[in-house]
Design a binder for this molecule. Sequence first.
Ligand code: ARG
Length: 400
Amino acid sequence: MSKEKIAVAYSGGLDTSVMIKWLKDKYEGAEIVAVTGNLGQQMEIDNLEEKAIATGAASFHFVDLRKTFVEDCIWKALKAGALYEDVYPLATALGRPILAKALVDIAFEENCTILTHGCTGKGNDQVRFEVTFASLAPHMKVVAPLREWEFTSREQEIAYALEHNIPVSATKKNPYSIDENIWGISIECGVLEDPMVPPPADAYQITTSPEEAPDKPTVVDIDFFEGIPVALDGKQMEGLDMIVKLNELGATNGVGRLDMIENRVVGIKSREIYEAPAATILHFAHRELERLTLEKSVFQYKRNIGQDYANIIYNGTWFSPMREALDAFVDVTQKPVTGMVRLKLYKGNVTLLGRTSPNSLYNEKLATYTEADTFNHKAAEGFIQLYGLGLKTYSEVNLK
Ligand code: ARG
């Protein structure tokens, strides 16, 4: 039997650590290639290489995906206005296809024979990884150890890890399951499983509670060019730096906490809380600039496209012709979305102070109720007669 070479999407957590040993037992003599993607997460990224090798990996790759994540994914989602079920800015969901693609790229380079990930059998992430594998590497074998293996609890995994000298830090008890990247943090499990229980203070990782946030508001000016944020308080900025800065300012002011019951791909309703300060601020600002610059029918139609786009991201079909087709539509809509939005961040809220654009469709001469008014009031009369004619005819026939 020829030896397998297995590419593992590795996080350094309990599941993926145990996985390495488990795979080496199951596929005797298999060589493990561990791959971690940098999507701007802050937690648990130290000593990953050391840890992966000590756990039994033959090699380790740390791939910096931050720039491509921001520019090729996050900005597309922002321009589309993609909020899943009107709330979730999709941080985890956007990250998965990018991690999966990085894994596939390395698997090809290293001539791996199997792709694996550490997602459970009841979540969305297994779908996102494996659908991406199917799109990008349709002939590659895929194994999902967590759907197959004998462990039924974290305790059993920890016992296995201890027994096989696998270094894990999971013995310290963290009651939550947390996924983190630059676009937001997803937090579930523990007491959060009861939808009536408000999130305990320790569930939040980066945001100050609105009650403890400063009494003085923070004002920010955000400049957009064709739907993409390009400057903060008048200073040009790379996307990555902008998101880092807005996460900081938002978190300080208690902005970006979300608590949501959502519909998973696999049919389960789940409760998850999110912290997404920059995403909350940028979606709000972007939408306000669209109100100013988009033609009415485009503005209204685009809302549906945003929902479709959010579903594509959530459901794991990022690498698809449908997403590319929607991108083409969205990009056309974004041509006039250039301008500046001034916001106030204050005790958990983002409020609007002002907006301006060279492409503004707001015409004061038409809107004003002063002498400067140029709107043709006479024209309204004929318009209303014809506009209401159908209903008038209907009521003449049907009203007794
Ligand atoms: N519910 C979110 C999604 O499906 C996040 C999933 C991962 N959550 C976590 N706490 N690990 O995109």
